[in-house]
Design a protein around this ligand. Structure first.
Ligand code: SF4
Length: 969
């Protein structure tokens, strides 16, 4: 029903649908529906602030993606046609991963772009480093200075003094390729304080480090993570977990704390932290002893032949013999044993095991962060969890778990610079040859060891002083000019680390920058496009915009244009061989622009996109600017079962474990993750597949081509005792605690805040702004504390003071504190909605933070800042944690053995105290647990070549050179 008024506009009237009357909105769509994409050029809504008048506002709807977590959900910016400003963000219904839905942090992007405290201009340090004196500088001056330092370091062969340290990449490897163009092995990521534990466990099995569960089609879902509130690909996975539940799936959640996810579970169990692998292996044992596993899948796809041949040469290599060994090996993992380790009733574990057994190939599971990032040996939890999938054959099945790389799409870029010809010991030290990622959080200790120094150090979307453990050691490093020559903080907003920078360069939020990405949200492949929405809007109207600074507030830029320009200035005449990687193909001799960069990718590397765009009379770039995402494929399926094509089989040879080697070259265009060939064969062939019952199949990207129940890598590199999935007593196992110690869980966060990126979102800050210590009622009664009382939490290197939150929602005797609060600033300069102003106290190796004042109302361009009603912004606990690098995965083991007492006289909320001398001692203690490559490498290399590594150096630089003995080793 509609009619037009005298001006020819549609008049809003009441309409009827299915017997219901509703107000369809001035754009004639049901208010509960998404704006249809055909009408994104001119969308009309009523101005809510004009109510009760019906005043229409007209919008261009421009898609981008959220940058507030790794999920990169689709957003739709509502750009007011009169003001040209973004009025709000909602979900993009065209995005295949998020399907129009967002968590609270997505729409709150609006707060971030309008944050009155954001950094709008490049700043240069004016006084001593860390003293808070800044002067505005120009991009030109900053670029010239930084470029000349980098050029000098490259020319003088000090490439190992250039480092880029990223928190949230949110992109397609753009910056890795920039570093490769510079010939620098300087990529450093946050992964080892985030997810390396899980990644290691998955990589050992599948050769790929992340799972892609098909929750929506599962019968049973087992989560050791909090996917309904955080987790990895939180919102896209959360909605599919709920789809699965709506379809009748049973949800099992292991979490010591009553998370939001646990509240939706059919079975919530709260195990003793670090005991999860014992429970999972008890479930595995139940499947094994009762022949409830998928025998044919195990026979075809586990590398049991290799296991028997190497570990039991006296046993005849038959599957039946392997089954007997399997039964004998896991029989010790009884429900009673699991109960004793976990504290969970044996009958409950048995009930869960029986439920898991009913799932068949529709068993989806996920372990992310949580305990695998909490305890030493945490990687064995992900390994034990995936063993259940591997036993059930629920691998790349409908309702099962896929290797991540099969459910994402990585397009070929315009340039692929060669692998750097160097190996950086300050990111990949010899002690951690099997770590999943760079040993980023050890950087201050590695530099203090004398292993190197930094001439130019970049951080991007990263705040190590606050996010990492042992933040005072980071301050010591950053304030020592002998260790760090020039520190450049690329950040959209103030953060604790930026206070110690030489340059603070303002970067864009999710609606102010370009990136492309693709993530394993479900069994499909898609590509998402983040873009500066005001640029895209003005380009739609025919304007030419060449630089995001033309549309962003102040002089806010985007990283990609920054990196292109910086690279151009490092090698202005091309004599270093660097400039060629940032040169326009269309106009040789000029710098590549972001439009050409993405145009090339969308034209040449995304199957189906050019055709789809042409059908709408658009170029591929115009299509992506208009819709923000493209679905390449649905239902990718079980790639490992694909037959290798005959053209890839040339002069093949098969080894005794069925690995097939070929002389045929790799196909030029393939999105299949190849099986790594650490050795190839002696005759120059590459590994192409595995022989399964007479068929040559694609297999998995592991050294064996199969799922690796047996890790020959672990066995060969000095960790033979862990060569098959097992249970490791962690650093916080009761055997390793003193009587008055308890465990602090610090690996969780609330759904509405994330690390350091969301403190400038007023809506989120109002909802969540503090992090009290979760303490069980019985525990609190012993200490005689009530909610709101002050507690002192003592770690190995110091203590902090926090308020108590007495709850039944945690295992008695364990305490927990969310790690996304406790932001601080050293002066009024900074983010004022969620940062306390503190005094930094320092004498020798003793450091302290004392709160001067919490958040308070203030006058700004946003009247809401006068309405701030909260003052407590939580406590910065991470500073009091020493580094705990797992000797295998390299993951920082976050859980702490602590003493919790009532606060002492003089203690005030937010106090933090640390002695960094003790930090050094703990670092050395954990370093002594490693089995370094120079003592344990089986082949004289630093790291197994097949293992994943961002920005791989050239193959020859994997060889271990003669290295000087370091004093502490
Ligand atoms: S889950 Fe939330 S924060 Fe993460 S990308 Fe999606 S909307 Fe943004």
């Amino acid at each position: 029903m509609s009619h037009k008024d005298l001006n020819g506009r549609f008049e809003p009237i009441l309409a009827e649908s299915g017997g219901e009357t509703f107000y369809p909105g001035p754009s004639r769509s049901h208010l509960a529906a998404y704006p249809p994409k055909e009408r994104w050029d001119n969308w009309t809504e009523l101005d809510s602030q004009a109510w009760p008048r019906r005043k229409e506002r007209h919008y261009s709807l421009v898609p981008t993606t959220c940058f507030n977590c790794e999920s990169a959900c689709g957003l739709l910016a509502y750009i007011d046609k009169v003001t040209g400003e973004v009025q709000k963000f909602e979900g993009n219904p065209e995005h295949p991963g998020s399907r129009g839905r967002n968590c609270a942090k997505g729409p709150a992007t609006l707060n971030q772009i309008h944050d009155p405290d954001r950094i709008l201009y490049p700043l240069k340090r004016a006084g001593e480093r860390g003293k808070g004196k800044w002067e505005q500088t120009t991009w030109n001056a900053a670029l010239d200075d930084i470029a000349s330092r980098i050029r000098k370091a490259i020319v003088e062969d000090r490439r190992n003094e250039i480092m880029y340290h990223v928190g949230r990449p949110g992109e397609d490897g753009f910056t890795e390729r920039i570093l490769a163009a510079w010939g620098v092995d300087g990529h450093n990521s946050h992964t080892n304080i985030c997810s390396s534990g899980s990644r290691e466990g998955y990589q050992l099995w599948m050769g790929l480090d992340r799972p892609s569960p098909d929750h929506a089609n599962a019968k049973v879902i087992l989560l050791i993570s909090a996917h309904l509130e955080s987790g990895h690909y939180f919102n896209p996975h959360a909605q599919r977990v709920i789809d699965g539940k709506a379809n009748g799936a049973k949800l099992i959640v292991f979490d010591t704390r009553l998370s939001h996810t646990a509240t939706h579970a059919d079975y919530w169990v709260a195990p003793y932290p670090g005991s999860e692998a014992a429970m999972l292996l008890a479930i595995a044992n139940y499947l094994i002893q009762n022949n409830l596993y998928n025998r044919d899948f195990v026979r075809r796809w586990w590398n049991w032949e290799e296991y028997l041949a190497i570990e039991g040469p006296e046993i005849k290599t038959t599957f039946e013999n392997f089954e007997r060994v399997l039964q004998a090996t896991y029989e010790e993992f009884t429900f009673e044993f699991a109960a004793q380790e976990s504290g969970v009733d044996a009958r409950v574990i048995e009930e869960i095991a029986k439920l898991v057994a009913t799932a068949g190939t529709r068993f989806s599971s996920h372990n992310w962060r949580s305990v695998s990032s909490g305890v030493s040996g945490g990687w064995s939890v992900a390994r034990a969890l995936f063993m259940l999938n591997a036993l059930l054959g629920a691998v790349a099945t409908e309702g099962g778990v896929f290797p991540n790389a099969w459910n994402k799409f990585v397009p070929k870029p315009i340039y692929t610079p060669p692998h750097p010809k160097m190996w950086n010991e300050t990111t990949w030290p010899r002690e951690y040859p099997l770590s999943m990622n760079e040993m980023s959080f050890l950087l201050p200790h590695l530099l203090k060891d004398g292993r190197g120094k930094l001439d130019v150090y970049f951080t991007r979307v990263y705040n190590p002083v606050w996010t990492n453990p042992d933040g005072f050691s980071w301050i010591e490093m950053l304030t020592d000019p002998k260790l760090v020559g020039c520190y450049v903080a690329l950040t959209p907003t103030w953060n604790e680390t930026a206070y110690f920078a030489d340059y603070i360069l303002p970067m864009g939020h999710g609606s102010e920058r370009h990136d492309i990405h693709s993530y394993e949200t479900h069994d499909a492949q898609w590509l998402g496009f983040r873009q500066p929405v005001k640029k895209a809007d003005r380009q739609r109207s025919g304007e030419e915009i060449n630089d995001t600074r033309e549309v962003n507030p102040g002089e806010v830029w985007e990283e990609n244009e920054f990196w292109l320009e910086l690279t151009w200035r490092i090698d202005p005449d091309g004599s270093l061989g660097i400039r060629q990687y940032v040169e326009s193909k269309k106009k040789p001799g000029t710098r590549l622009g972001v439009d050409e960069y993405y145009e090339w990718i969308f034209d040449n590397s995304v199957p189906g996109l050019p055709e789809k765009a042409a059908a709408e009379d658009l170029t591929p770039l115009e299509f992506m600017r208009r819709y923000g995402a493209f679905e390449i494929k649905q239902k990718v399926g079980a790639i490992y079962e694909e037959r290798v094509r005959s053209e890839e089989l040339e002069d093949v040879r098969e080894d005794r474990f069925g690995r097939v080697f070929t002389r045929a070259a790799k196909p030029a265009s393939s999105n299949i993750v190849p099986i790594p060939s650490p050795d190839g064969d002696d005759d120059g062939r590459r590994l192409v597949g595995v022989n399964i019952d007479g068929d040559i199949k694609r297999g998995f990207p592991t050294p064996s081509g199969k799922l690796e129940f047996y890790s020959r890598t672990l066995a060969d590199w000095g960790w033979h005792e862990y060569s098959i999935p097992g249970y490791i007593k962690s650093h916080v196992h009761p055997d390793n605690l003193e009587d008055d110690q308890t465990i602090l869980i610090s690996t969780f966060r609330l759904p509405v805040q994330i690390h350091t990126r969301s403190a400038n979102a007023k809506w989120l800050d109002e909802i969540a702004h503090t992090n009290p210590l979760w303490i069980h009622t019985s525990h609190a009664a012993k200490l005689e504390v009530r909610t709101g009382d002050l507690l002192r939490v003592e770690t190995e290197i110091g203590h902090y003071v926090v308020r108590a939150w007495v709850t039944e929602g945690i295992l008695p005797g364990i305490v927990a504190c969310s790690h996304h609060m406790g932001r601080w600033k050293l002066s009024e300069q900074g983010q004022r909605q969620l940062m306390a102003t503190v005094k930094l106290e320092h004498e020798g190796t003793e450091w302290g933070l004392k709160r001067d004042k919490g958040a308070e109302p203030y006058e700004s361009s946003d009247p809401d800042t006068l309405r701030i009603w909260w003052s407590d912004v939580g406590v910065h606990q991470n500073m009091t944690f020493p580094v705990h690098p797992d000797p295998i995965s390299g993951m920082h083991c976050w859980h702490q053995a602590v003493r919790v007492t009532r606060a002492r006289p003089g203690d005030t909320v937010g106090d933090v105290f640390v002695n960094t001398q003790k930090s050094r001692e703990v670092y050395r203690k954990w370093l002594a647990l490693t089995r370094p490559a120079d003592k344990h490498s089986p082949d004289g290399t630093r790291r197994p070549y097949w293992m994943l590594r961002p920005l791989k150096p050239a193959r020859e630089f994997y060889s271990l050179p003669e290295l000087p003995e370091l004093e502490h080793v």
